[in-house]
Write a protein that binds this ligand. Structure first.
Ligand code: 5GP
Ligand code: ZN
Length: 114
């Protein structure tokens, strides 16, 4: 999608701090980090939100989670733990409508979320 900022980041058409690339996914640092380590993992394919996903996206979604796990190890936060978050839609506080998985770590996170 030409007007999607995460499609542009995935295609290298927009500046970002990319720390992971595979055929199917890209990981880059969030521009407004909420924790010492805050990475966004996106599929290269444009799917707006979790609510749009179906059985065809099973591999794509599983890939995001396993990629996050590998990035957590690369970032040195795997041992202490971390959080993975998909925001979905208005009440989920989703701002960018290209599926992305937040990887947050590097400090003690609190619960419940805001
Ligand atoms: P959402 O609220 O949609 O789950 O999260 C979107 C995230 O994307 C936010 O944490 C926001 O800081 C991040 N973000 C928005 N625009 C950009 C950008 O242009 N570059 C990067 N690296 N992150 C962005
Ligand atoms: Zn997109």
């Amino acid at each position: 999608m030409s007007d999607c900022i995460f499609c542009k980041i995935g295609a290298g058409d927009m500046e970002s701090d990319i720390i992971w690339e595979s055929d199917s996914a890209v990981g880059f640092r969030d521009i407004n980090p909420q924790a010492p380590t805050h990475i966004l993992i996106i599929p290269r394919e444009h799917v707006p939100m979790i609510a749009d996903a179906n059985e065809e996206h099973q591999e794509l979604l599983g890939d995001l989670i396993l990629t996050a796990k590998k990035i957590a190890e690369q970032e040195g936060i795997a041992e202490n733990g971390y959080r993975l978050v998909f925001n979905n839609g208005d009440h989920g506080r989703q701002d960018v409508y290209h599926i992305h998985l937040h990887l947050l770590g590097g400090r003690q996170l609190t619960w419940p979320p805001g």
